[in-house]
Write a protein that binds this ligand. Structure first.
Ligand code: TYD
Length: 218
């Protein structure tokens, strides 16, 4: 019998250390025989990846930025996420709409009510019982003090438009995530990203085991 799809997103400020754990989670699911679609936002389709390049590199006003990330999301949902969930796959996504609330809403100070409207329009999924708004089943929120994240980023690659923002921007992004988490406490799992890598993975695996999505040995 086909298993229901599972939609998991990873979130956190730049430098919080999501990347290696995203790969590890996908591997853990595959090890249990699940088909995994590993994807990211902005991006995940040819069109959305083009929009990503614009958003990460070109100067634009905050509304344009918000519209482009939601346009990318619409294409990504229609082309990749919804079909994968319908096939009963596990979708693991590096960032989703919480990032828009944190970066465009918190970081840029863009109107949260407009973002909420866009979320309703862009993520509406029609069913026989009416529309629902697609959001992840679980969001692993890598929480890390902005100062620590900035130190980690300093030794990394050439910064994009977001990574080159001042510390104050990331403090607002972090607040944006905290607010969003407070509104959806059952969807968000806070991961203490200050711990060393193994301890971070232990937290993730514990959350997944608690939900019954991974076996205890993962
Ligand atoms: P990220 O996902 O961290 O990828 P990489 O590890 O390659 O840098 O970077 C994407 C950037 O885009 C990140 O700085 C956050 C930003 N972003 C937004 O501003 N709004 C959004 O809705 C999303 C999904 C990302």
């Amino acid at each position: 019998m086909k298993q229901p799809g599972i939609f998991i997103s990873f979130e956190g400020i730049d430098g919080a250390g999501k990347s290696s754990h995203i790969e590890a989670l996908a591997a853990a699911f595959r090890g249990q025989g699940r088909v995994v679609t590993l994807t990211r936002e902005p991006g995940g389709t040819p069109l959305a990846e083009k929009l990503r390049t614009l958003v990460l590199n070109d100067a634009m006003d905050p509304l344009t930025e918000a519209l482009l990330v939601f346009a990318a999301r619409r294409d990504h949902l229609q082309q990749v996420i919804e079909p994968a969930l319908a096939r009963g796959e596990v979708v693991v996504c590096d960032r989703f709409t919480d990032a828009t609330f944190a970066y465009q809403g918190g970081g840029r100070g863009f109107d949260l009510a407009v973002l909420s409207n866009l979320e309703l329009w862009v993520q509406a999924v029609p069913t026989l019982e009416g529309d629902f708004v697609r959001n992840p089943d679980l969001t692993l929120w890598f929480d890390l003090a902005p100062a620590v994240a900035a130190e980690r980023l300093a030794s990394a690659r050439v910064p994009d438009r977001f990574e080159s923002q001042p510390a104050e921007f990331f403090r607002r992004v972090a607040d944006g995530y905290a607010q969003r988490a407070a509104h959806a406490p059952s969807r968000f799992a806070r991961i203490d990203a200050a711990l060393e890598r193994d301890a971070v993975w232990q937290q993730i695996s514990q959350v997944l085991v608690q939900r019954g999505w991974l076996g205890a040995a993962a």
